[in-house]
Design a protein around this ligand. Structure first.
Ligand SMILES: Nc1ncnc2c1ncn2[C@@H]1O[C@H](COP(=O)(O)OP(=O)(O)OP(=O)(O)O)[C@@H](O)[C@H]1O
Length: 229
């Protein structure tokens, strides 16, 4: 589903070159749950931004769903991103002026769904995260864990092939965090691939695969002990 070959990223700022990601190969199949770990500045966000088509890679090939994203024009890329990828962020990124229903509707507005199809998708997504009864509520009327559930509903409503989650439980206490992990695992069990950046080794261990990034070098870990050592 996701194929990266010899992919690398270099930033130039003030004539300083930063090799944020050294060339690497990675393949993620449909239905896999991959966690990404690594210390601050190692390149995790850069990786996620490239995977999410928010940033361009400097070298190599990136195929998503069999399509080469390197050659896509901006408009085509945005539409492709909206269709294929759901995003979940540490700080939820809900729109405070919109109720839950309209927040989940946001990415669907850019798709060719009828109003009835959108309504069905919004309600199904809110039901899956257990918040259908609160569709008229606003984000500030919810706990952090509930807000993240709405963000997850927004991410899944368009039936993406893949969810990219950047520290999805970073702002939550451990009980709420495990609730979010359980929800992500349920969504993954239904076939959606998930790539999740986390600082939490226990959470990382709940994925099928663990990728560690160290100073821009990606490596796959067989066990988490290696990551902790
Ligand atoms: N726009 C940019 N311009 C120049 N350098 C950048 C840019 N974005 C990131 N970098 C550099 O690339 C490297 C990787 O950064 P990145 O944000 O991907 O790390 P990270 O692992 O996500 O860190 P954290 O856990 O602190 O969020 C760092 O050295 C960073 O300074």
């Amino acid at each position: 589903m996701l194929i990266m070959k010899n992919l690398a990223k270099v930033f130039y700022a003030d004539r300083i070159k930063t090799q944020a990601l050294h060339p690497f190969d990675l393949q993620v199949e449909q239905g896999e749950f991959v966690s990404i770990i690594g210390s601050s500045g190692s390149g995790k966000t850069t990786f996620l931004n490239i995977a999410g088509l928010l940033e361009e890679h400097s070298e190599g090939v990136y195929l998503l769903g069999g399509q080469d994203v390197t050659t896509m024009k901006d408009k085509q890329k945005s539409a492709f991103r909206n269709e294929k990828i759901g995003f979940v962020f540490q700080s939820f990124n809900l729109i405070p002026e919109l109720n839950l229903y309209d927040n989940v509707d946001m990415p669907l507005r850019y798709r060719k769904f009828t109003a009835a199809e959108r309504d069905k998708r919004i309600m199904q997504a809110l039901e899956q995260v257990g918040l259908a009864g609160r569709k008229h509520h606003y984000p500030n009327q919810l706990s952090g864990g509930q807000q993240q559930r709405v963000a997850i509903a927004r991410a899944i409503a368009g039936s993406p092939a893949m969810i990219l989650a950047d520290e999805p439980t970073g702002n939550l206490d451990s009980k709420m965090a495990q609730g979010i992990m359980t929800l992500l695992k349920d969504i993954n069990a239904q076939g959606t691939s998930i790539i999740m950046v986390t600082h939490d080794n226990e959470q990382a261990a709940q994925a099928n695969r663990i990728i560690q990034i160290k100073d821009g070098h990606l490596s796959e870990l067989k066990t988490l002990e290696k990551a902790i050592a």
